[in-house]
Design a binder for this molecule. Structure first.
Ligand SMILES: [Zn+2]
Ligand SMILES: [Zn+2]
Length: 284
């Protein structure tokens, strides 16, 4: 079973658990037997383009963030490997700022949450699925992800199927977007992440409280999960790409549930596809 996780947030982004410290997360990983993690909090923006509140650390906070990781890396070096990183979005025009962020950390994961519309305003994929993306938007979204890999930004593509939040079903356009993303991941040898945060939020963390329902009751909630998207991963399994799970931890309680979350993701995707996918055995 995967004993590493490269998708870990901190209180600095403003929408993760404000009571959890960086060290608190590290202690939970050690307790659960993890051997390597990367902190990949939502990146700060040098040019403030994403104007939403509580989405990311301030640019001025980045040194303190990296220093905190460095201290933990040294303190826990005999128990767990700790890397630094950011979760970033690609936007045309931001290439140099992204490269500047990349230079200072071990890992960059691309979690593409928006695109520019025709007037250069952000069109954001929201977690409630209220804003829908058009067919053209979806292809643009996939092309942004392709571009990020082409210019060498990410080590991992987080939730490559997130775009399903902004769509009503998996049809020809979704298939086309999936193929663009997978073809690019294969070409540039970039891993794709099966993201477990949507399962966590829907099955375990409604109303910001952990539920303790029996597993059969929890399983009934799985039909509400949008990503991982079964059809996306069926197509991905036909490519020669590396795959890994990402816990995308924002809350206390998420790390302890990793086995259950892996299991539920496998049930959504289906064993036939899971067995075909090329999971990373060790770290990357
Ligand atoms: Zn987040
Ligand atoms: Zn994330």
């Amino acid at each position: 079973m995967q004993n590493f996780n490269y998708h870990q947030h901190t209180y600095r982004c403003g929408h993760a658990d404000l009571n959890m410290t960086d060290e608190g997360y590290v202690q939970q990983y050690v307790k659960m037997g993890f051997k390597k993690i990367a902190f990949t909090d939502h990146c700060p923006e040098k040019n403030e383009i994403d104007k939403r509140q509580n989405m990311r650390m301030k640019y001025s906070e980045r040194n303190e963030y990296l220093e905190s990781i460095r201290k933990l890396r040294d303190k826990y070096s005999d128990k767990i490997k700790i890397e630094s990183g950011y979760e970033v979005e690609y936007l045309p025009g931001e290439e140099n700022n992204l490269k500047e962020l990349k230079e200072k950390v071990d890992k960059i994961i691309l979690g593409q949450h928006f695109i520019y519309d025709d007037d250069n305003n952000l069109k954001i994929i929201d977690f409630n699925g209220i804003i829908k993306l058009t067919d053209n938007d979806i292809i643009k979204y996939a092309n942004y992800i392709n571009k990020s890999m082409e210019i060498g930004i990410p080590n991992i593509i987080a939730h490559p199927d997130l775009f399903m939040l902004a769509r009503d079903g998996f049809g020809e356009i979704e298939k086309k977007a999936t193929n663009i993303i997978c073809k690019s991941a294969e070409k540039y040898n970039i891993a794709l992440e099966i993201n477990l945060n949507n399962i966590f939020k829907i099955v375990y963390y409604e109303n910001k409280k952990l539920n303790i329902l029996p597993i059969e009751e929890q399983r009934k909630q799985l039909k509400k999960v949008i990503y991982p998207c079964r059809e996306f991963w069926e197509i991905a399994s036909n490519y020669n790409i590396k795959v890994l799970y990402g816990l995308d931890v924002h809350f206390d309680g998420q790390i302890e549930l990793f086995k259950e979350l892996f299991q539920f993701a496998n049930e959504i995707i289906g064993s036939k596809t899971i067995n075909k996918l090329n999971f990373i055995e060790k770290d990357i």
